[in-house]
Design a protein around this ligand. Structure first.
Ligand code: NDP
Ligand code: PYC
Length: 342
Protein backbone atom coordinates (compact mmCIF):
# COMPACT_ATOMS: atom_id res chain seq x y z
CA UNK A 1 0.00 0.00 0.00
CA UNK A 2 1.44 3.38 -1.00
CA UNK A 3 1.97 5.60 2.05
CA UNK A 4 0.90 9.23 2.22
CA UNK A 5 3.64 11.87 1.82
CA UNK A 6 5.38 12.90 5.03
CA UNK A 7 6.31 16.42 6.14
CA UNK A 8 9.98 17.39 6.47
CA UNK A 9 9.49 17.89 10.19
CA UNK A 10 7.96 14.43 10.77
CA UNK A 11 10.62 12.77 8.65
CA UNK A 12 13.36 14.64 10.52
CA UNK A 13 11.96 13.37 13.83
CA UNK A 14 11.89 9.78 12.54
CA UNK A 15 15.43 9.94 11.18
CA UNK A 16 16.78 11.55 14.36
CA UNK A 17 15.08 8.74 16.36
CA UNK A 18 16.92 6.14 14.29
CA UNK A 19 20.22 7.79 15.18
CA UNK A 20 19.31 8.21 18.85
CA UNK A 21 18.42 4.53 18.94
CA UNK A 22 21.89 3.80 17.56
CA UNK A 23 23.55 5.65 20.44
CA UNK A 24 24.05 9.03 18.77
CA UNK A 25 23.74 12.02 21.10
CA UNK A 26 20.97 14.59 20.56
CA UNK A 27 23.13 17.29 18.96
CA UNK A 28 24.57 14.98 16.34
CA UNK A 29 21.34 13.01 15.78
CA UNK A 30 19.40 16.22 15.08
CA UNK A 31 22.12 17.68 12.82
CA UNK A 32 22.35 14.40 10.88
CA UNK A 33 18.59 14.20 10.47
CA UNK A 34 18.37 17.80 9.25
CA UNK A 35 20.99 17.37 6.54
CA UNK A 36 19.68 13.98 5.36
CA UNK A 37 16.04 15.09 5.23
CA UNK A 38 16.99 18.34 3.47
CA UNK A 39 18.59 16.24 0.72
CA UNK A 40 15.56 13.95 0.49
CA UNK A 41 13.20 16.97 0.45
CA UNK A 42 15.21 18.56 -2.38
CA UNK A 43 15.33 15.33 -4.45
CA UNK A 44 19.05 14.84 -3.92
CA UNK A 45 18.71 11.11 -3.46
CA UNK A 46 22.42 10.32 -3.37
CA UNK A 47 22.73 12.15 -0.03
CA UNK A 48 19.24 11.59 1.35
CA UNK A 49 17.73 8.67 3.31
CA UNK A 50 20.00 6.32 1.43
CA UNK A 51 22.89 7.60 3.61
CA UNK A 52 21.35 6.50 6.94
CA UNK A 53 22.60 2.94 6.54
CA UNK A 54 26.14 4.17 5.79
CA UNK A 55 26.09 6.29 8.95
CA UNK A 56 24.91 3.29 11.00
CA UNK A 57 27.56 1.02 9.46
CA UNK A 58 30.23 3.57 10.33
CA UNK A 59 28.94 3.86 13.92
CA UNK A 60 28.80 0.08 14.27
CA UNK A 61 32.38 -0.24 13.00
CA UNK A 62 33.51 2.25 15.65
CA UNK A 63 34.86 4.61 12.98
CA UNK A 64 32.84 7.64 14.07
CA UNK A 65 32.28 8.97 17.60
CA UNK A 66 28.49 9.18 18.09
CA UNK A 67 28.79 10.94 21.45
CA UNK A 68 31.47 13.44 20.39
CA UNK A 69 30.85 17.07 21.29
CA UNK A 70 32.43 19.42 18.72
CA UNK A 71 34.57 22.22 20.12
CA UNK A 72 35.16 25.66 18.59
CA UNK A 73 38.58 27.30 18.87
CA UNK A 74 38.42 31.05 18.21
CA UNK A 75 41.55 33.19 18.58
CA UNK A 76 39.77 36.25 17.17
CA UNK A 77 41.41 35.84 13.74
CA UNK A 78 39.86 34.99 10.38
CA UNK A 79 40.56 31.28 10.93
CA UNK A 80 37.97 29.55 13.10
CA UNK A 81 38.48 25.90 13.92
CA UNK A 82 36.04 23.22 14.91
CA UNK A 83 37.50 20.06 16.37
CA UNK A 84 34.74 17.55 15.59
CA UNK A 85 36.52 15.00 17.80
CA UNK A 86 35.71 12.21 15.40
CA UNK A 87 31.99 13.00 15.18
CA UNK A 88 29.91 13.90 12.11
CA UNK A 89 30.80 17.12 10.26
CA UNK A 90 27.25 18.53 10.24
CA UNK A 91 27.14 19.07 14.04
CA UNK A 92 30.47 20.91 13.77
CA UNK A 93 29.16 23.12 10.99
CA UNK A 94 26.05 24.05 12.96
CA UNK A 95 28.25 25.11 15.87
CA UNK A 96 30.67 27.14 13.74
CA UNK A 97 28.38 28.76 11.15
CA UNK A 98 27.02 31.69 13.23
CA UNK A 99 30.51 32.61 14.43
CA UNK A 100 31.86 32.33 10.89
CA UNK A 101 29.15 34.68 9.63
CA UNK A 102 29.82 37.22 12.36
CA UNK A 103 33.59 37.11 11.67
CA UNK A 104 33.15 37.44 7.89
CA UNK A 105 31.00 40.53 8.44
CA UNK A 106 33.64 41.99 10.76
CA UNK A 107 36.72 41.20 8.65
CA UNK A 108 35.28 40.94 5.14
CA UNK A 109 36.38 37.32 4.82
CA UNK A 110 36.70 34.47 7.31
CA UNK A 111 37.23 30.73 7.19
CA UNK A 112 35.90 27.81 9.13
CA UNK A 113 38.03 24.69 9.35
CA UNK A 114 36.38 21.50 10.53
CA UNK A 115 38.94 18.91 11.61
CA UNK A 116 38.62 15.23 12.42
CA UNK A 117 35.08 14.66 11.20
CA UNK A 118 33.20 11.91 9.42
CA UNK A 119 31.80 13.53 6.29
CA UNK A 120 29.15 12.20 3.94
CA UNK A 121 26.75 15.04 3.26
CA UNK A 122 26.04 17.40 0.40
CA UNK A 123 27.67 20.82 0.84
CA UNK A 124 24.80 22.97 -0.43
CA UNK A 125 23.04 23.13 2.98
CA UNK A 126 26.14 24.86 4.32
CA UNK A 127 26.64 27.49 1.60
CA UNK A 128 22.89 28.03 1.50
CA UNK A 129 22.84 28.68 5.25
CA UNK A 130 25.65 31.23 4.92
CA UNK A 131 24.02 32.89 1.91
CA UNK A 132 20.82 33.22 3.95
CA UNK A 133 22.96 35.28 6.36
CA UNK A 134 23.93 37.62 3.49
CA UNK A 135 27.34 36.10 2.74
CA UNK A 136 28.96 34.59 -0.31
CA UNK A 137 30.40 31.21 0.60
CA UNK A 138 32.62 28.42 -0.67
CA UNK A 139 32.86 24.97 0.86
CA UNK A 140 35.06 22.03 -0.11
CA UNK A 141 36.37 18.77 1.27
CA UNK A 142 38.30 15.68 0.22
CA UNK A 143 36.65 12.28 0.40
CA UNK A 144 38.36 8.92 0.02
CA UNK A 145 40.43 7.86 -2.97
CA UNK A 146 37.96 6.71 -5.63
CA UNK A 147 38.88 8.89 -8.63
CA UNK A 148 41.81 8.46 -11.03
CA UNK A 149 43.64 11.65 -11.99
CA UNK A 150 43.28 12.42 -15.70
CA UNK A 151 45.75 10.25 -17.59
CA UNK A 152 46.10 7.87 -14.61
CA UNK A 153 44.61 4.42 -14.04
CA UNK A 154 44.19 4.07 -10.28
CA UNK A 155 41.92 5.69 -7.70
CA UNK A 156 43.84 8.42 -5.90
CA UNK A 157 41.74 11.58 -5.59
CA UNK A 158 38.38 11.76 -3.83
CA UNK A 159 35.08 12.74 -5.42
CA UNK A 160 35.93 16.04 -3.64
CA UNK A 161 32.83 18.24 -3.68
CA UNK A 162 32.90 22.02 -4.00
CA UNK A 163 29.94 24.32 -3.41
CA UNK A 164 29.34 28.04 -3.79
CA UNK A 165 26.54 30.25 -2.56
CA UNK A 166 25.61 33.87 -3.36
CA UNK A 167 22.81 35.70 -1.51
CA UNK A 168 19.88 37.04 -3.54
CA UNK A 169 17.38 39.50 -2.12
CA UNK A 170 13.92 38.00 -1.45
CA UNK A 171 14.60 34.68 -3.13
CA UNK A 172 16.64 31.51 -2.89
CA UNK A 173 20.37 32.12 -3.26
CA UNK A 174 22.47 31.23 -6.27
CA UNK A 175 24.02 27.88 -5.26
CA UNK A 176 25.99 25.22 -7.03
CA UNK A 177 27.37 22.09 -5.45
CA UNK A 178 29.04 19.24 -7.26
CA UNK A 179 31.53 16.47 -7.00
CA UNK A 180 34.73 17.07 -8.98
CA UNK A 181 34.31 13.55 -10.34
CA UNK A 182 31.96 13.08 -13.30
CA UNK A 183 29.28 12.20 -10.73
CA UNK A 184 29.10 11.60 -7.00
CA UNK A 185 30.01 8.07 -5.92
CA UNK A 186 26.56 7.87 -4.37
CA UNK A 187 25.15 8.05 -7.92
CA UNK A 188 27.24 5.04 -8.95
CA UNK A 189 26.03 3.13 -5.90
CA UNK A 190 22.41 4.00 -6.75
CA UNK A 191 22.95 2.71 -10.31
CA UNK A 192 24.33 -0.49 -8.75
CA UNK A 193 21.24 -0.88 -6.57
CA UNK A 194 18.89 -0.21 -9.47
CA UNK A 195 20.83 -2.57 -11.78
CA UNK A 196 21.22 0.14 -14.43
CA UNK A 197 24.44 0.75 -16.40
CA UNK A 198 26.46 3.90 -15.89
CA UNK A 199 26.65 6.49 -18.65
CA UNK A 200 29.80 6.17 -20.79
CA UNK A 201 32.78 8.14 -19.52
CA UNK A 202 32.05 7.91 -15.80
CA UNK A 203 34.47 5.21 -14.76
CA UNK A 204 37.26 2.75 -15.43
CA UNK A 205 37.61 -0.79 -14.07
CA UNK A 206 40.45 -2.11 -11.89
CA UNK A 207 42.52 -2.69 -15.05
CA UNK A 208 42.07 0.94 -16.10
CA UNK A 209 39.63 0.09 -18.93
CA UNK A 210 36.42 2.11 -19.48
CA UNK A 211 33.36 0.46 -17.92
CA UNK A 212 29.64 1.12 -17.55
CA UNK A 213 29.21 -1.66 -14.95
CA UNK A 214 28.61 -0.02 -11.53
CA UNK A 215 30.25 -2.91 -9.62
CA UNK A 216 33.35 -2.87 -11.80
CA UNK A 217 33.45 0.91 -11.51
CA UNK A 218 33.31 0.68 -7.70
CA UNK A 219 36.25 -1.76 -7.82
CA UNK A 220 38.11 0.50 -10.25
CA UNK A 221 37.94 4.28 -10.30
CA UNK A 222 35.67 7.13 -11.29
CA UNK A 223 36.92 9.86 -13.62
CA UNK A 224 37.22 13.59 -12.88
CA UNK A 225 34.74 15.95 -14.57
CA UNK A 226 36.15 18.05 -17.40
CA UNK A 227 39.34 16.01 -17.82
CA UNK A 228 42.51 17.78 -16.67
CA UNK A 229 40.49 20.76 -15.35
CA UNK A 230 38.45 18.71 -12.88
CA UNK A 231 41.56 16.73 -11.99
CA UNK A 232 43.39 19.95 -11.05
CA UNK A 233 40.45 21.40 -9.07
CA UNK A 234 40.16 18.11 -7.20
CA UNK A 235 43.89 18.24 -6.43
CA UNK A 236 43.47 21.82 -5.17
CA UNK A 237 40.80 20.56 -2.75
CA UNK A 238 43.19 17.87 -1.46
CA UNK A 239 45.73 20.65 -0.83
CA UNK A 240 43.48 23.31 0.72
CA UNK A 241 41.02 21.12 2.63
CA UNK A 242 43.48 18.30 3.39
CA UNK A 243 47.18 19.14 3.60
CA UNK A 244 46.75 22.85 4.43
CA UNK A 245 44.32 22.34 7.32
CA UNK A 246 46.36 19.49 8.75
CA UNK A 247 43.84 16.82 7.95
CA UNK A 248 43.68 13.69 5.81
CA UNK A 249 43.84 13.75 2.03
CA UNK A 250 41.65 11.25 0.14
CA UNK A 251 44.33 8.53 -0.20
CA UNK A 252 45.14 8.91 3.50
CA UNK A 253 41.43 8.78 4.41
CA UNK A 254 41.03 5.58 2.40
CA UNK A 255 44.09 3.98 4.03
CA UNK A 256 42.96 4.91 7.53
CA UNK A 257 39.50 3.45 6.90
CA UNK A 258 40.79 0.27 5.28
CA UNK A 259 38.02 0.28 2.67
CA UNK A 260 35.08 2.19 1.31
CA UNK A 261 32.00 0.56 2.77
CA UNK A 262 32.18 3.09 5.60
CA UNK A 263 31.98 6.89 5.51
CA UNK A 264 35.26 8.76 5.27
CA UNK A 265 36.91 10.76 8.04
CA UNK A 266 38.86 13.89 7.12
CA UNK A 267 38.38 17.68 7.31
CA UNK A 268 36.49 20.46 5.55
CA UNK A 269 37.20 24.08 4.64
CA UNK A 270 34.48 26.73 4.42
CA UNK A 271 35.06 30.35 3.38
CA UNK A 272 32.61 33.20 3.89
CA UNK A 273 32.85 36.62 2.22
CA UNK A 274 30.96 39.83 2.86
CA UNK A 275 30.11 41.20 -0.61
CA UNK A 276 29.42 44.65 0.89
CA UNK A 277 32.88 44.80 2.45
CA UNK A 278 34.64 43.77 -0.77
CA UNK A 279 32.60 46.16 -2.93
CA UNK A 280 32.93 49.15 -0.56
CA UNK A 281 34.21 52.23 -2.38
CA UNK A 282 33.83 50.61 -5.81
CA UNK A 283 31.14 51.45 -8.33
CA UNK A 284 27.88 49.51 -8.40
CA UNK A 285 25.95 47.40 -5.93
CA UNK A 286 27.25 43.81 -6.01
CA UNK A 287 23.80 42.32 -5.45
CA UNK A 288 22.05 44.20 -8.24
CA UNK A 289 24.98 43.49 -10.58
CA UNK A 290 24.66 39.81 -9.71
CA UNK A 291 20.93 39.94 -10.51
CA UNK A 292 21.76 41.38 -13.92
CA UNK A 293 24.05 38.44 -14.59
CA UNK A 294 21.45 35.88 -13.48
CA UNK A 295 18.79 37.53 -15.64
CA UNK A 296 21.13 37.36 -18.63
CA UNK A 297 21.75 33.65 -18.02
CA UNK A 298 18.04 32.94 -17.69
CA UNK A 299 17.31 35.18 -20.65
CA UNK A 300 19.18 32.74 -22.89
CA UNK A 301 16.93 29.88 -21.81
CA UNK A 302 19.58 28.44 -19.50
CA UNK A 303 18.73 27.53 -15.92
CA UNK A 304 20.55 28.41 -12.73
CA UNK A 305 22.10 25.65 -10.64
CA UNK A 306 19.83 24.57 -7.76
CA UNK A 307 16.70 25.56 -9.73
CA UNK A 308 15.72 21.89 -10.02
CA UNK A 309 16.42 21.44 -6.33
CA UNK A 310 14.40 24.47 -5.26
CA UNK A 311 11.51 23.33 -7.46
CA UNK A 312 11.63 19.91 -5.77
CA UNK A 313 11.67 21.65 -2.38
CA UNK A 314 8.58 23.67 -3.28
CA UNK A 315 6.70 20.45 -4.14
CA UNK A 316 7.88 18.73 -0.93
CA UNK A 317 6.84 21.71 1.16
CA UNK A 318 3.42 21.92 -0.49
CA UNK A 319 2.61 18.21 -0.70
CA UNK A 320 5.01 16.49 1.70
CA UNK A 321 7.90 14.21 0.81
CA UNK A 322 6.88 11.17 -1.20
CA UNK A 323 8.77 7.98 -0.44
CA UNK A 324 8.51 4.74 -2.39
CA UNK A 325 7.28 1.57 -0.67
CA UNK A 326 10.85 0.28 -0.67
CA UNK A 327 12.07 3.46 1.01
CA UNK A 328 9.37 3.21 3.69
CA UNK A 329 10.23 -0.43 4.32
CA UNK A 330 13.90 0.44 4.67
CA UNK A 331 13.13 3.33 7.03
CA UNK A 332 10.98 1.06 9.20
CA UNK A 333 13.64 -1.66 9.16
CA UNK A 334 16.34 0.78 10.26
CA UNK A 335 14.06 2.16 12.97
CA UNK A 336 13.20 -1.32 14.27
CA UNK A 337 16.66 -2.86 14.14
CA UNK A 338 19.01 0.13 14.59
CA UNK A 339 22.64 -0.96 14.42
CA UNK A 340 21.55 -4.59 13.93
CA UNK A 341 20.10 -3.58 10.55
CA UNK A 342 23.56 -3.02 9.06
P1 NDP B 1 25.06 17.13 -9.91
O1 NDP B 1 25.83 16.86 -11.13
O2 NDP B 1 23.79 16.39 -9.70
O3 NDP B 1 24.72 18.67 -9.77
C1 NDP B 1 25.72 19.64 -9.72
C2 NDP B 1 25.20 21.04 -9.62
O4 NDP B 1 24.92 21.49 -10.94
C3 NDP B 1 23.91 21.24 -8.83
O5 NDP B 1 24.01 22.47 -8.16
C4 NDP B 1 22.86 21.24 -9.93
O6 NDP B 1 21.68 21.94 -9.60
C5 NDP B 1 23.59 21.94 -11.04
N1 NDP B 1 23.08 21.61 -12.38
C6 NDP B 1 22.82 20.38 -12.87
N2 NDP B 1 22.39 20.48 -14.14
C7 NDP B 1 22.38 21.81 -14.45
C8 NDP B 1 22.01 22.56 -15.59
N3 NDP B 1 21.59 21.96 -16.69
N4 NDP B 1 22.13 23.90 -15.55
C9 NDP B 1 22.56 24.53 -14.43
N5 NDP B 1 22.91 23.86 -13.31
C10 NDP B 1 22.82 22.53 -13.32
O7 NDP B 1 26.01 16.91 -8.62
P2 NDP B 1 27.02 15.73 -8.28
O8 NDP B 1 26.43 14.42 -8.63
O9 NDP B 1 28.36 16.07 -8.80
O10 NDP B 1 27.05 15.89 -6.67
C11 NDP B 1 25.88 15.58 -5.93
C12 NDP B 1 26.09 15.86 -4.48
O11 NDP B 1 27.03 14.98 -3.92
C13 NDP B 1 26.58 17.26 -4.13
O12 NDP B 1 25.62 17.83 -3.27
C14 NDP B 1 27.89 17.06 -3.40
O13 NDP B 1 28.14 17.94 -2.31
C15 NDP B 1 27.72 15.64 -2.88
N6 NDP B 1 29.01 15.01 -2.65
C16 NDP B 1 29.46 14.92 -1.37
C17 NDP B 1 30.70 14.34 -1.12
C18 NDP B 1 31.26 14.28 0.25
O14 NDP B 1 32.36 13.78 0.42
N7 NDP B 1 30.61 14.76 1.26
C19 NDP B 1 31.51 13.79 -2.19
C20 NDP B 1 30.94 14.00 -3.50
C21 NDP B 1 29.72 14.57 -3.71
P3 NDP B 1 20.32 21.09 -9.27
O15 NDP B 1 20.58 20.44 -7.95
O16 NDP B 1 19.25 22.12 -9.24
O17 NDP B 1 20.14 20.11 -10.38
O1 PYC C 1 28.84 10.66 -3.25
O2 PYC C 1 30.97 10.69 -3.78
C1 PYC C 1 30.06 10.69 -2.94
C2 PYC C 1 30.40 10.74 -1.51
C3 PYC C 1 31.56 10.37 -0.92
C4 PYC C 1 31.40 10.62 0.44
C5 PYC C 1 30.16 11.13 0.60
N1 PYC C 1 29.56 11.21 -0.60
Amino acid sequence: MTQAPITSLDLTIRVADIFRGAGVDDVQADALARVIVAAERDACKSHGLYRIAGCLRTIRAGKVAPQAVPVLADDGSGILRIDAKGGFSCAGFELGAPVLAERARALGVATLVINDCTHFSALWPEVEALASMGLAALAMCPSYATVAPTGGTQALLGTNPIAFGWPRPDQYPYVFDFATSVAARGEVELHGRAGTPLPEGWAIDAEGQPTTDPDRALEGAMLPFGGHKGSAISTMIELLAGAMIGDLTSPEARDSLGGMWLLPRHGELILAFSPERFAAGRPGDPFSRAEGLFEAILGQGARLPSQRRFAARAVSEAEGIRLSDTEWEELERLQALGLDAV
